[in-house]
Design a protein around this ligand. Structure first.
Ligand code: 5RP
Length: 223
């Protein structure tokens, strides 16, 4: 099976977690896109969705799914999203698609985080994938220096030769070369750096379930 077929398989499996008549939180990325396409097929069963990015909102609307502003929603049963890396304990690196802050905000309102990922995303120790950190633009240099003092490389993410600008008008610094053995502690300490909006570590509030696409079928991990 190709990586896309594995992503499609977990996207289909995630439909089982969608609660009829409710609002579903929807992530960002290629796996989330497959999920949105599946959600479109059962859109009559749900009230609508909250999107974790502008691109996800656009895709949801393209399927005729009502997109709610998070300020109109007190709680939702599930948030469904991909990950760049996930551990057997359910801690994740997210933000490869630069949507980490809105992803973390929407996930915080959901009762359960359902992670959908192909098997290549499962790792024992987080950090091979560059850790994204969203920063206020005027703080990019000072934050980069503080991150580099952790003994890693801190690189501003570029798009077409210019700093990539997130949906929140901020920048992303990718942290390269960290072996993250204590993700909960690192999440707290990076979030504490002045100028950081959010770090793409989802450990204090990680996944509750991971649907992992493998050659032997979709495996379910519960945390
Ligand atoms: C976007 C994310 C994505 O969930 C993550 O990058 C995984 O993407 P994909 O499903 O394309 O592999 O965090 O900010």
């Amino acid at each position: 099976m190709t990586q896309d077929e594995l992503k499609q398989a977990v996207a289909r499996a995630a439909i089982e977690y969608v609660v009829d008549g409710e609002i579903v939180g929807v992530g960002t990325g290629s796996t989330a896109n497959f999920f949105i396409d599946e959600l479109g097929k059962i859109k009559h069963r749900i009230k609508g969705a909250v999107a974790s990015s502008e691109v996800t909102a656009e895709r949801l609307r393209g399927h005729g799914i009502t997109v709610f502003d998070l300020n109109e929603v007190d709680s939702m049963p599930v948030y469904i999203d991909g990950a760049d890396e996930i551990t057997p304990q359910g801690a994740m690196i997210k933000g490869g698609g630069a949507a980490l802050t809105r992803e973390k905000i929407v996930a915080s309102v959901a009762q359960k985080f359902i992670c959908i990922a192909d098997g290549s995303k499962l790792v024992d120790v987080l950090g091979k994938f560059p850790l994204p950190v969203e920063v206020i633009p005027m703080a990019q240099s000072v934050v980069a220096r503080k991150l580099a003092s952790l003994g890693c490389e801190a690189r501003l993410r570029l798009k077409d030769g210019k700093p990539l600008v997130t949906d929140n008008g901020c920048y992303i610094i990718d942290v390269i070369g960290l072996a993250i053995t204590d993700p909960v502690a690192l999440e707290a300490s990076i979030n504490n750096i002045v100028g950081v909006v959010t770090v793409g570590l989802f450990a204090r509030q990680g996944a509750n379930v991971c649907l992992l696409g493998t050659a032997d079928g979709v495996k379910k991990l519960e945390f």
